[in-house]
Write a protein that binds this ligand. Structure first.
Ligand code: NAP
Ligand code: SF4
Length: 675
């Protein structure tokens, strides 16, 4: 068989060891290690090792208590920790994999009162002001890095990744934004670089020559007074000389106001940054960020942007990413859509990570999909995310599954999401479901309105009929210029130049974005960089354009309203809500809370404000779009009940409030796993 990914699947010889391909599973903080369920941790990594990834990096392990991202963050603090991590590394090695442990010192990003930093400057993303380290304090941090690396070796790891980017501790020494010191650890570039170089030098001395040291180096800081590219090159050379085996790319500090991994960031948006460093050092370079298919990864390597590619979240979505690519079945890879909804949003809510498209991620020992003891006939109604995932999982278990949908295409509400600029990844998700249905042998009956009578003879009936829009009951809503979000996103109506969107939930934000955007910047890297003010770090420190963000003009004037008095968008995704708010702000969308909808007239919407219904105002609009939430579509379930046919109800048909694809897919998969 010809190999479609010759660069991606080529081995990488590191001298003392060889990686079987150019794919790194980048570090992710899943919360697994903190459970101390080492069988579960081991199975997570071993599953990915079996899937063929060349090298993996663990979630960040704290070198000491003060450097932990939060109090109680995992690390190798004693012999028991070493023995526990041994369970993980043994299981990975048995599965034919290689694994490095990331040493992550959070510095001023640590969410704890004992946090330390080069200078006592509080970060905008943590409430705790850090303590400025003195000379002894710095020496202790270096020693703790070294101890962590030595313990990682004792625990059987193939190497360590020293986290030097994303604005964490070592990165904080590098820039004057956070390092105001006047001693030998601050001031000149030589002094600011001293700590990362010292750490790598002393780690190399302690671990010996045949141990991988990856250094994750911030190649574009995306913060004011970040590094120049000359400084990046100087540091990279010094880190190589200090003994690093591989340099990995870090993009942007966590406090940067520029999205770096969200779904609206173009694919491979930062591969050009790594490419600038190619040829300047002799050790392999890894590039990163928004690379999520073998095709994109291969392209990046073939174009000489890097020697290796890091993907992290794609391995939550599909542990068999590499194995599937290697046998020419990239179409069967469950795609990471970069939504953050079940991974980073969970991490930042102190919940275990998983994956929207793969609820089994981080639940490998808990959510098992075993062959059914006695195969059944199963009718599923509704080919949205809940129905699709249930159908595929049930069929994979050996059941005979028939999936009905009234529509002529699968995907349900996913088909609306994919129309929204910045959500193009949903195309790939629907395509994946289509392939998976065929692979699993699901019988698909599209364009078929299932009736209760049709469903009566099956062993199991699952209703996944989704939602219907809520009727907000606003006087005048029957006027012709009042439309539903469905009509807008399905392209049935074209909105006028001045639009009011009623309802500022996920869909209201999506509709507003759709209405103000011309061509999607997600499909056009130069336009996206202009929109967010990103430039070549050779032109401006940190890669921040001196002109700031310069988005294209909005294509319409949009006002987004909600009744709640809180800030609109407050309940959007924890790690992505700010991006949606910032995008709309840049496009001049007015976002107003605390509104009462009094009446819709031919001219627009009459509103008042607050509980006292004050300040009556007519907001002029050519078009008014209703995005007032949804209710369960249960008519079929009710009809089945009348006939006495038992059924399972999942997805939006079960609970419409705060429905999203994450809950739908999770519920569908979990039900099908036990049918
Ligand atoms: P939603 O998030 O529940 O928002 C519904 C909106 O309608 C709210 O702004 C609500 O605000 C308003 N509303 C509720 N009852 C109303 C009434 N009787 N009259 C007028 N306004 C009313 O629902 P959605 O926007 O339809 O989204 C559905 C689900 O899809 C959400 O759970 C969301 O998580 C998911 N989704 C997520 C994203 C994302 O970016 N992650 C994108 C799209 C969809 P007030 O009650 O304050 O007026
Ligand atoms: Fe990717 Fe979303 Fe899954 Fe996270 S939850 S791994 S971003 S698809």
């Amino acid at each position: 068989m010809t190999n479609a990914y010759p660069h991606l699947l080529a081995p990488l010889d590191l001298g003392f060891t060889t990686l079987k391909n150019r794919v790194l599973m980048g570090s992710m903080h899943t919360g697994l290690e903190e459970t101390r369920d080492w069988n579960r941790v081991a199975e997570f990594y071993a599953t990915r090792a079996r899937g063929g990834v060349g090298l993996m990096v663990t979630g960040g392990m704290a070198p000491n208590r003060e450097g932990g991202v939060f109090p109680g963050a995992a690390g190798l603090f004693n012999d028991e920790d070493i023995a526990n991590h041994r369970i993980v590394t043994d299981r990975v090695h048995e599965a034919g994999g290689k694994i490095c442990m990331q040493i992550l010192h959070a510095g001023r990003y640590a969410y704890g009162k004992d946090c330390v930093a080069p200078s006592a400057i509080k970060s905008p993303i943590s409430p705790f002001p850090p303590k400025e380290l003195d000379e002894d304090g710095i020496e202790k941090q270096i020693t703790d890095f070294v101890t962590a690396a030595v313990r990682a070796r004792e625990a059987g790891y193939d190497g360590v990744e020293v986290m030097g980017s994303e604005g964490y501790f070592l990165n904080q020494f590098l820039v004057t934004h956070t390092n105001k010191r006047t001693d030998r650890w601050g001031g000149s570039l030589e002094n600011r670089m001293r700590l990362p170089i010292e750490v790598v030098t002393r780690v190399r001395e302690a671990v010996g020559p045949d141990f991988i040291i990856i250094y994750r180096l911030s190649m574009i800081d995306l913060v004011p007074n970040g590094q120049t590219f000359d400084e990046v090159v100087t540091l990279a050379k010094a880190i190589e000389a200090a003994g690093a085996t591989i340099l990995n790319t870090g993009i942007g500090w966590h406090e940067a106001r520029i999205p770096t991994i969200a779904t609206s960031v173009p694919r491979r948006a930062f591969a050009w940054v790594t490419k600038k460093l190619m040829g300047q050092v002799g050790i392999p370079l890894i590039t990163s960020n928004r690379i999520n298919t073998p095709q994109v990864a291969e392209g990046v390597l073939a174009e000489g942007c890097a020697d290796m590619v890091s993907m992290a979240r794609p391995f939550l979505a599909d542990p068999d990413f590499v194995a599937k690519a290697a046998v020419g079945r990239a179409d069967t890879i469950a795609p990471c859509i970069a939504c953050n909804q079940a991974c980073l949003d969970h991490t930042f809510s102190s919940k275990m990570s998983s994956c929207l498209v793969n609820p089994r991620a981080c639940a490998e020992t808990e959510l098992t999909v075993a062959p059914a003891a006695s195969p059944k006939t199963i009718a599923l109604v509704g080919a949205g995310p809940a129905g699709l995932s249930a159908a595929i999982t049930a069929a994979e278990r050996g059941h005979k599954v028939v999936l009905f949908d009234m529509a002529t295409e699968i995907g349900g509400q996913l088909n609306m999401a994919k129309q929204v600029p910045g959500k193009e990844e949903f195309h790939g998700l629907v395509d994946y479901f289509g392939t998976a249905l065929v692979e699993a042998g699901v019988e698909l009956r599209l364009g078929t309105a299932a009736t209760a009578d049709m469903l009566a003879g099956y062993d199991e009936v699952v209703i996944a009929t989704g939602v219907i829009p809520r009727d907000p009951g606003i006087p005048g809503q029957d006027l012709p210029h009042v439309v539903s979000y469905i009509d807008v996103l399905r392209g049935k109506v074209t909105a006028g130049k001045t639009v009011i969107v009623i309802g500022a939930g996920g869909i209201g934000f999506d509709v507003a974005e759709y209405l103000v955007t011309g061509g999607s910047p997600t499909e056009d890297l130069p336009a996206w960089m202009r929109e967010w003010g990103v430039t070549d770090p050779e032109q401006a420190r940190g890669g921040l354009s001196p002109d700031g963000p310069r988005p294209d003009a909005a294509t319409r004037a949009v006002t987004l309203l909600q009744r709640k008095a809180e800030k609109p968008g407050r309940r959007l995704g924890k790690t992505t809500g700010w991006i949606h708010r910032a995008t709309l702000q840049m496009k001049g969308v007015k976002m107003v809370g605390g509104v009462n909808y009094e009446e819709i007239t031919a001219e627009g919407l009459r509103v008042s404000y607050g509980e006292a219904r004050e300040n009556p105002t007519l907001l002029a609009a050519d078009t008014i779009v209703l995005c007032a939430g949804q209710l369960p579509e249960r008519s079929l379930a009710d009809a089945l009940g009348d006939l006495g046919v038992a059924c399972h109800i999942i997805g939006g048909a079960d609970v419409a409030a705060e429905l999203d694809a994450k809950r739908a897919i999770d519920q569908g998969t979990r039900l099908a796993a036990v049918l």
